[in-house]
Design a protein around this ligand. Sequence first.
Ligand SMILES: *[C@@H]1O[C@H](CO)[C@@H](O)[C@H](O)[C@H]1NC(C)=O
Ligand SMILES: *[C@@H]1O[C@H](CO)[C@@H](O)[C@H](O)[C@H]1NC(C)=O
Length: 244
Amino acid sequence: MPGRNTNSDDNVFMISLCVGLALLIVRVSGRSCGSPGEILNGRFNTDEGVLFGDKAYAVCNEGFQLVGSGVRNCVATGWDGAIPICEIVKCPNPPEIVNGEITNPPQGTVTFGTVIIYKCNEGILVGNRELVCTKDGNYSSAPPACKDHKGCPSVQVENGSKVAGFGPDYNYGDFITFACNPGYILSGTDTVTCGINGIWEPELPTCQKATTTTTTTTTTTEVPPTPSPVKEILFSSSRCFLLN
Ligand SMILES: *[C@@H]1O[C@H](CO)[C@@H](O)[C@H](O)[C@H]1NC(C)=O
Ligand SMILES: *[C@@H]1O[C@H](CO)[C@@H](O)[C@H](O)[C@H]1NC(C)=O
């Protein structure tokens, strides 16, 4: 019967097709796709392997971000897709500040690692003078502020003197180091810094009379340099008298 014949022909065809496919799969699955490619400022992670069915994952260096698909598949024709791009991270324009300016205004877009430096035209710079464009696309800190500052008053410590920072004018951040006069001991911190509010920080030290030195000084002054000869004679005579 023709129908029967056709059926057996179909079966033979199907069997050979299946065998062929199986052979193809065996051959293809052992196939290597080789290197998935080089990425500028990044690389492919091929820990999974580079054989048929494996995936290669794109990883960008710090401060760079992926543009395009981060995965390539090893297929019969090799790696699919294309090599992605690792683009440098960008930060928004740095903020302007009142009474101050940026000493190195950026030319174009600010990118990862760029340092922005501020200065004050009036007042004192408080906060961070330098901002860095981070890998997260923001700045390392808030910009500084320019604050009014009248300076700190010149100060003295009783029974002490300045050994550093003689002034006479003191601005924010200036310091004075004190030392006590001989016979006095410093209590507190020897160095004070002019704070943002025009106040010395920490509290000024004090010079306290040294108690040990005081005792010896008192003893020496109270004892007469040479005992009165009269007293000595009287003393001796009384002793003699008592002994007699
Ligand atoms: C910058 O962004 C990152 C991620 O969003 C965040 O963790 C970090 O605190 C930010 N830094 C600053 C200084 O705002
Ligand atoms: C210590 O200071 C006081 C107050 O100024 C002063 O009267 C005294 O003479 C000083 N003592 C010495 C030894 O300088």
